[in-house]
Design a protein around this ligand. Structure first.
Ligand code: PLP
Ligand SMILES: N[C@H](C=O)CCC(=O)O
Length: 423
């Protein structure tokens, strides 16, 4: 028995399913999950000492690769000074300043400890600011696991085949309205009653595989929000600094009223943030009536990691490298799959997805047409070739500046071989 199997067997006794987040259980792809002990650059090392080329990248944060030396140094230096104050510290201001100077429309920001908290708080704020209760989310978009947002969500919720979660009373989701991604008419139908506080979406969706919003769709949402006096919330927890050198808002030239962030802005430590228009943010306690708080919010270790991750990303023009790597991969995958009607590939910046279906999906229903068994076989084939892919067709893959063309060639030859063998 491998050490990984051993840990998994033992963990199952103490941790439900042996994992702390369902998608790690490999449930959709078969086989037992691996346990890891080291992450450096583009590679993970398992507890058995096996190295894997990593396209999960901690689900997005590691845009510089794992354990970038400058980020490690910043965290070590901060650890010597303090782990946590439970009081304010200059690093919170520093990251807020860096982000607001970088991101158009981010006039104020508040830090939390996860993407889930960011989206949950943004929705509460939108309701408090507009005095309306309902909000619209899209089928297949995932905004974390707060009660009201666990409706027709992508990511693990879809991977495990549940439209929503048990344990969420009906009343908690009564104000959640779902619309179809890339379908403006499905949105306007809901908006007509004037009860909508906000529309929240991943402007580039990464939790039903990579599906960018059509430009007309994103522009149309801005127009509809203005027309029906609803707030537009871009959940950029995953896509910021990955589909553009800044945000998806920049990619589309659309400024939302509120943003949600996470992942890259925490450099691999637990950080989330929400922010945007100052007049809306001023509704937050202690200034306004919308309550929101956190013991470890703005934690100095996490802030130090986030500041350095973002500083290096901007200073070294990392976007140019990750985007170029994405294009390198895309050009070559398209050649490999040319003329095939069983597989297609989507890439934007440093995110990509291979869908086991003939044409690129535009929404969640179309992702449902994929050959999921085949995806599972591809995952296992890649794993045997020491490549770790996200263990679900519904998850996006990530690249970092630590990946090389040689690494991508390994992915390409593995894919080519798989398609030859798995007819
Ligand atoms: C777009 C998006 N929003 C929100 C979340 C929730 O973030 P977290 O897992 O940090 O709570 C995630 C990822 O899980 C995400 O991809
Ligand atoms: N898709 C999720 C985040 O982006 C996957 C991470 C998780 O649920 O553990």
């Amino acid at each position: 028995m491998s050490l990984s199997n051993d840990f998994y067997t033992k963990a199952k006794d103490l941790i439900p399913g042996g994992v702390d987040s369902p998608v790690r259980a490999f449930g959709a792809v078969g086989g037992d999950p691996l346990f890891f002990e080291k992450a450096k650059g583009a590679y993970l090392t398992s507890v058995d000492g096996d190295e894997y080329l990593d396209f999960v990248l901690s689900w997005g944060p590691a845009v510089l690769g794992h354990a970038h030396p400058e980020v490690v140094e910043a965290v070590k230096k901060q650890a010597d000074a303090a782990f946590s104050f439970g009081m304010s510290c200059p690093l919170e201001y520093e990251l807020a300043k860096l982000m607001s100077e970088t991101i158009k429309g981010l006039e104020m920001v508040r830090f939390v400890s996860s993407g889930t908290e960011a989206t949950m708080s943004a929705i509460r704020l939108a309701r408090g600011a507009t005095g309306k209760d309902q909000f619209i989310k899209f089928e297949g978009c995932y905004h974390g696991h707060s009660d009201g947002l666990l409706v027709k969500a992508g990511s693990g919720v879809s991977t495990f085949g549940t439209a929503s979660s048990a344990g969420v009373p009906e009343g908690y989701t009564a104000t959640t309205r779902t619309a179809i991604y890339n379908d403006l008419e499905s949105v306007e139908t809901i908006l007509r009653d004037g009860q909508t506080a906000a529309i929240i979406l991943e402007p580039v969706a990464g939790n039903m595989g990579l599906i960018p919003g059509d430009k007309d769709f994103i522009l149309g949402l801005r127009r509809l929000c203005d027309q029906y006096e609803a707030l537009l919330i871009f959940d950029e927890v995953m896509c910021a600094f990955r589909v553009h050198e800044k945000t998806a808002a920049d990619l589309y030239g659309v400024t939302p009223d509120l943003f949600c962030f996470g992942k890259v802005i925490g450099g691999g430590l637990p950080v989330g943030a929400f922010g945007g228009r100052k007049d809306i943010m001023l509704n937050l306690a202690p200034l306004g009536p919308v309550y929101q708080a956190g013991t470890l919010s703005g934690n100095p270790l996490a802030m130090a990691a986030g500041i350095k991750n973002l500083e290096v990303f901007l200073r070294d023009k990392v976007w140019e490298k990750t985007n170029q790597l994405g294009q390198y991969l895309n050009d070559r995958v398209q050649k490999i799959i040319e003329g095939r009607s069983d597989v297609c590939f989507n890439q934007l910046g440093s995110m990509f997805t291979l869908f086991f279906k003939g044409s690129l999906p535009k929404n969640m229903d179309e992702v449902g047409e994929c050959d999921f068994d085949r995806f599972g076989r591809f995952f296992q084939f890649a794993l045997k070739n020491h490549i770790l892919l996200p263990p679900s067709q519904y998850e996006a893959n990530f690249l970092s500046s630590a990946h090389t063309e040689k690494d991508l060639d390994h992915y390409l030859s593995t894919l080519e071989q798989f398609l030859k063998e798995d007819q």
